[in-house]
Write a protein that binds this ligand. Structure first.
Ligand SMILES: *[C@@H]1O[C@H](CO)[C@@H](O)[C@H](O)[C@H]1NC(C)=O
Ligand SMILES: *[C@@H]1O[C@H](CO)[C@@H](O)[C@H](O)[C@H]1NC(C)=O
Ligand SMILES: *[C@@H]1O[C@H](CO)[C@@H](O)[C@H](O)[C@H]1NC(C)=O
Ligand SMILES: *[C@@H]1O[C@H](CO)[C@@H](O)[C@H](O)[C@H]1NC(C)=O
Length: 148
């Protein structure tokens, strides 16, 4: 009898904020896939806007603290209204997204960073709040993972 191995998962919290500024209204740029930083330009002086250092007002809340091979985990971005985001599941401490997303809520879409549908991003600049995303684990478990 096949038994799915259940792996304890540590979920890590970080949200890249895509603030009002030039470009990227229809999704995070490919250049953000690894750094999780959009690289927006400061419209006043043309330099890249630095990441905030203050605490994020957003939480990434997984619907489950563990996953099984091929199983799905819901994950919610909780906090005030936002417009843009990039979300991935990664092996803890790694930078390559794993698994796939599906059932994109309104105003969001799956996107390809390394492989198809392994990241979620915004589809437009409409206001979003507390959206719930659906992640499907790889067909073999890959140890502890984190959503970033
Ligand atoms: C953009 O550059 C201006 C001029 O240096 C500065 O006053 C402002 O704080 C910068 N904005 C951001 C978001 O870094
Ligand atoms: C542009 O603004 C940023 C943020 O205020 C500042 O750190 C940087 O020195 C400025 N660059 C120039 C060329 O004025
Ligand atoms: C998603 O968008 C469709 C089409 O605009 C709308 O009919 C539906 O009510 C929306 N769903 C939610 C949950 O907002
Ligand atoms: C989103 O979640 C926050 C924190 O739980 C809550 O304060 C806020 O009312 C929620 N917004 C909506 C539209 O449900």
């Amino acid at each position: 009898m096949a038994v799915s191995r259940v792996v304890g998962a540590a979920f890590f919290l970080a949200v890249a904020l895509f603030e009002r500024c030039e470009g990227f209204g229809s999704g995070a740029p490919a250049s953000a896939c690894t750094t999780m930083q959009p690289g927006h330009l400061n419209g006043t002086n043309g330099t890249t806007v630095a990441a905030q250092t203050s605490a994020s007002p957003y939480s990434i809340v997984p619907g489950s603290s563990s996953y099984t091979a091929g199983g799905t985990v819901s994950v919610q971005i909780v906090g005030p209204v936002f417009r843009g985001f990039l979300l991935q599941a990664r092996q803890t401490g790694m930078t390559t997204p794993i698994g796939t997303f599906s059932n994109a809520p309104n105003n969001t879409k799956t996107t390809q960073c390394t492989t198809a549908d392994n990241s979620m991003t915004h589809a437009n600049t409409n206001a979003k709040e507390n959206i719930t995303l659906t992640w499907t684990a790889p067909s073999t478990t890959m140890g502890n993972i984190e959503f970033v």
